[in-house]
Design a protein around this ligand. Structure first.
Ligand code: GN1
Ligand code: MG
Length: 366
């Protein structure tokens, strides 16, 4: 990148001079940097937001501001630490929530929360439980949020929309790969009806729409050194959706015994122990406020989101890898296979998953 990061950082209302800027993490979507500052001032997170994926970055930042302001008021009322328990958006010198550079790229800054731990995988049930507490608490903090929010990515977890994209992508066959993907495409098609039938319950209101995070991988939660939840980050996809998505996406990532892109499928599967631990943490915060239909479909949401991820990885492979960053030419196909293995493992253990949800909910409903 030829971008002058120091210039970009200088456009924001930082509280101290910049000492250095380094790349941080390897997100699939945005480019992330840490801005180190002089003296005791906080460091900052500088992100170039991916406008190919987020068509309206200012609207997205406005969502993030509204949501973090709301959470901050709650943290304050509870006597918590407003610099560590909620993200803080730092405006530009002109008071905007993001800065557009000469190339039309959007940049945003938040305060870096120091001395935290983030995990790429949940290695213990204790940690999985804490992650469930984190997302449950996040949803609870937003339960009384009533401002309008933009839909940052159209139809993000909307299966009708995903199948529209899918059908177009398969018939376009942009990379000429469809012919070699007969088995994989059948994985999607054989589940179309069941997934659409779940989605119709969202469309008809049987399953309510709330404000949710929509990308609840464990690496989007910051923990302190005692493995306690500090705050939920990466709020780019916060928008109205079903609470179930957050649970399902967390299970997809936490309870996988292998990696999202594991080439060794024997490593991949759903850990029921991790599932139960996450469900326990989540329901400790949410059992009393979820509707009966949400509880009924909670276990299914893991299958729904994992299926969606199989579809999205495969679709990106079919499209010629235009959405996700890839590290090898077959990366999206490897991801597809690994996530499909996880989906099958969930299908095999579905009865147990449902039993665990109802027992856990009963425990918290007393
Ligand atoms: C993307 O932002 P990141 O890399 O955590 C994606 C998620 C996928 C995930 C798969 C905006 O998440 O939906 O589940 O990759 N985010 C977006 O690892 O598409
Ligand atoms: Mg993320």
């Amino acid at each position: 990148m030829t971008t002058d990061l120091n210039f970009i950082a200088s456009r924001f209302a930082l509280s101290a001079p910049v000492k250095g800027i380094e790349t941080l993490g390897d997100g699939f979507i945005n480019d992330t940097f840490i801005v180190r500052t002089e003296g005791g001032a906080p460091d900052y997170i500088l992100q170039r937001k991916n406008k190919r994926i987020f068509p309206d970055v200012p609207a997205m930042m406005e969502n993030i501001r509204k949501v973090t302001d709301h959470i901050r008021r709650g943290v304050e009322a509870a006597g918590g630490d407003t610099l560590r328990e909620v993200m803080t958006v730092v405006p530009t010198l002109d008071g905007e929530l993001c800065f557009m550079d000469a190339e039309g790229e959007y940049w945003a800054v938040t305060i870096f929360i120091s001395d935290t731990v983030a995990y790429n995988r949940a290695d213990t049930e204790k940690l999985a439980r804490m992650g469930g507490v984190g997302i449950g608490k996040f949803q609870a903090q937003l339960a009384d949020f009533d401002e309008p929010l933009s839909e940052t990515i159209k139809g993000f977890h909307n299966m009708r929309h995903r199948f529209e994209q899918w059908d177009a992508s398969v018939s376009r066959d942009a990379a000429g790969r469809v012919g070699s993907l007969t088995a994989e495409i059948a994985w999607i098609e054989s589940r179309r009806e069941e997934m659409m039938s779940f989605w119709s319950k969202v469309e008809d209101g049987t399953i309510p729409t709330r404000v949710t995070h929509n990308d609840t991988k464990i690496n989007n939660i910051l923990f302190d050194r005692q493995e306690r939840v500090l705050c939920v980050i990466d709020l780019d996809t916060v928008m109205p959706a079903t609470a179930l998505n957050d649970f399902g996406d967390a299970i997809r990532t936490y309870a996988n015994t292998g990696d999202e892109d594991d080439r060794d499928l024997a490593r991949v599967g759903l850990s029921l122990g991790m599932f139960a631990a996450y469900a326990d943490g989540y329901l400790s915060q949410r059992a009393a406020t979820l509707s009966p239909s949400e509880l009924e479909w909670l276990a299914f949401s893991a299958r729904y989101i994992t299926f969606e991820q199989v579809l999205r990885f495969l679709m990106d492979y079919i499209d010629g890898d235009t959405y996700y960053k890839i590290k090898s030419p077959d990366h999206n196909l490897v991801r597809t296979h690994a996530q499909y293995r996880l989906l099958c493992s969930m299908e095999e253990q579905y009865e147990d998953m449902c039993r665990i949800v109802s027992e856990t909910a009963a425990k918290y409903l007393g």
